[in-house]
Design a protein around this ligand. Structure first.
Ligand SMILES: *[C@@H]1O[C@H](CO)[C@@H](O)[C@H](O)[C@H]1NC(C)=O
Ligand SMILES: *[C@@H]1O[C@H](CO)[C@@H](O)[C@H](O)[C@H]1NC(C)=O
Ligand SMILES: *[C@@H]1O[C@H](CO)[C@@H](O)[C@H](O)[C@H]1NC(C)=O
Ligand SMILES: *[C@@H]1O[C@H](CO)[C@@H](O)[C@H](O)[C@H]1NC(C)=O
Ligand SMILES: *[C@@H]1O[C@H](CO)[C@@H](O)[C@H](O)[C@H]1NC(C)=O
Ligand SMILES: *[C@@H]1O[C@H](CO)[C@@H](O)[C@H](O)[C@H]1NC(C)=O
Ligand SMILES: *[C@@H]1O[C@H](CO)[C@@H](O)[C@H](O)[C@H]1NC(C)=O
Length: 449
């Protein structure tokens, strides 16, 4: 294994959570003019990937998805680079909080039980996160069953309207789209409301979206629907399907469904794409023209490019030559060497799992058509594009989305350390970012004719 490949694979894309500039030597944010007085965010682990995932989990505390001390307590028992220790710490926490929640639900009021169920659900997801290197690990099933049960218990206790699961057929009839619908308080046929459609990305669940941005949308009086398509946690598990390029086959049935609901103002639909969902949402909007607005949090032009660009020229040439057996041998030897940083290991294992393939080269080949090249011009609604200053893994991607859209449709937001919003997906700064996002939505809706 060439040392240059070791170095360059370190840069393999991060799609799950933030990149702490401090945690990666030499990876300071590049836009010096806007970050002249930047300070680094305190890392939560010496393992960069664990630090990002811990921040992602603890960040849900403001919206009922976690509690700070519980996450930091679990973090204290995690050993850098030890994926099993990460899973074990969250598994123990999840079971503890879940047992407590079920007991509380028998004796106490619904608010206490609901909050504990939401937290347990999050911790089951965190326990699952690093286990995808072995698709037949039984914990992928059991942890997910628990996260789903806990979440269903929680949304049944939401007030004034419980969250409801809905399953829709895909536009081409080849798969099912699991959704959860949350009606805004006071929304009805005489007072229909704007509605946001929330989709996660490469690794996150629709359940996470309620905490990341859904509660902030409900607080503003919008109805909320979350959904998952092929490659995403529940569809991947229950239907065995990996990511697909034609994401409009997932989004269009959701729009069709919303149009049947009397409390939904169908002229005021927004589609929110989180992480790699930023690509999925803009792709869908190129074909689904009933959307009033789209958010790419963050902007991603090509799903393939960041991975490919992180490879050494020698490994790239094996891929270019179609010598996939040699390519996979090189990559697998590196991953098996024990030298790969957690982020590299995780991101490639997640690619293989979420695209439902067995090799990294197959994953890359499936990701290759996932580009906005040639289709961005078909988008017809305004697009909010997030560009985090510390997201070193996707250089230039948000700017490419901005520049490819039809004139006047891109609303580009370069967010920095000044607002603690430098991380991928702006993890940890969602009070601020959801404010930007939904205030912009109000402006877009106000300008509708
Ligand atoms: C750097 O930041 C400024 C101010 O926020 C912004 O206008 C500019 O587009 C950024 N440049 C790049 C290369 O991202
Ligand atoms: C950075 O911010 C601190 C606190 O606001 C301020 O005292 C200091 O002068 C700033 N430094 C620079 C170089 O702007
Ligand atoms: C989680 O799932 C496992 C396997 O189904 C089960 O044994 C366990 O009881 C569940 N945990 C809780 C707290 O229900
Ligand atoms: C994957 O997990 C299964 C079930 O625990 C186990 O039998 C198998 O050996 C594991 N495979 C690898 C490559 O670790
Ligand atoms: C919580 O209690 C309610 C009322 O008894 C019950 O209907 C519901 O199934 C319980 N939820 C869970 C997750 O146990
Ligand atoms: C519909 O909602 C509005 C505003 O929330 C409320 O004033 C009205 O009473 C509701 N109408 C019905 C029929 O529930
Ligand atoms: C693929 O690459 C390997 C390693 O460089 C080489 O030995 C082999 O001949 C190549 N196969 C083809 C078909 O080019």
């Amino acid at each position: 294994m060439a040392p240059s490949m070791l170095r360059s694979l370190v840069a393999v894309a991060l799609l799950a959570a933030s990149a702490s500039a401090a945690a990666l030597p030499g990876a300071r944010a590049s836009n010096a003019s806007s970050t002249a007085n930047a300070t680094s965010m305190l890392p939560l682990s010496s393992d960069d990937s664990f630090s990002c995932e811990l921040l992602r989990t603890v960040s849900l505390s403001r919206s009922y998805g976690a509690d700070t001390g519980e996450v930091l307590q679990a973090a204290g028992g995690i050993v850098a680079g030890d994926l099993e220790s990460f899973s074990g710490a969250f598994s123990a926490l999840a079971n503890h909080v879940y047992a407590e929640a079920l007991a509380i639900n028998k004796t106490q009021g619904p608010v206490t039980a609901r909050e504990a169920l939401f937290r347990a659900s999050t911790y089951f997801r965190s326990a699952d996160f690093y286990l995808h290197g072995n698709a037949s690990d039984p914990r992928l099933v059991t942890l997910w069953a628990n996260q789903t049960d806990a979440f269903n218990g929680a949304i049944a206790l939401l007030q004034p309207n419980r969250g409801e699961r809905v399953t829709l057929p895909s536009a081409d009839g080849t798969f099912e789209i699991p959704c959860i619908y949350y009606r805004a308080a006071g929304a009805n046929a005489t007072h229909p409301r704007p509605t946001v459609i929330l989709g996660n990305g490469y690794d996150g669940a629709q359940e996470e979206m309620l905490h990341a941005t859904g509660f902030d949308a409900l607080a503003r009086g919008y109805n909320v629907i979350t959904y998952e398509g092929p490659g995403q946690p529940t569809v991947r598990r229950e239907q065995g399907l990996g990511f697909i390029t034609a994401w409009e086959t997932v989004v269009t049935p959701v729009v069709d469904y919303l149009e049947t609901l009397p409390e939904v103002d169908a002229a005021k639909l927004g589609l929110f794409g989180y992480s790699m969902g930023g690509w999925l949402a803009v792709r869908a909007a190129a074909f689904e023209h009933r959307l009033a607005a789209v958010w790419a949090v963050d902007g991603l032009y090509s799903v393939f490019a960041p991975y490919y660009n992180a490879l050494t020229p020698a490994v790239q040439s094996l891929y270019d030559a179609g010598n996939f057996s040699a390519f996979d041998a090189e990559v697998d030897a590196y991953l098996d060497s024990g030298l790969a940083p957690t982020e590299t290991l995780w991101s490639l294992q997640q690619g293989v799992w979420s695209f439902a393939v067995s090799t990294v080269s197959e994953f890359l080949r499936k990701a290759e058509p996932m580009t906005l090249d040639g289709i961005a011009q078909q988008v017809q609604c305004p697009v909010w594009i997030g560009a985090p200053s510390g997201d070193i893994f996707f250089p230039d991607q948000p700017e490419q989305v901005r520049d490819a859209l039809p004139a006047g449709l891109a609303s580009y937001h370069y967010l920095t350390e000044a607002d603690a919003a430098q991380n991928h997906c702006h993890v940890g700064a969602m009070a601020y970012v959801n404010g930007l996002v939904y205030d912009w939505f109000e402006d877009v809706l106000a300008s509708q004719v």
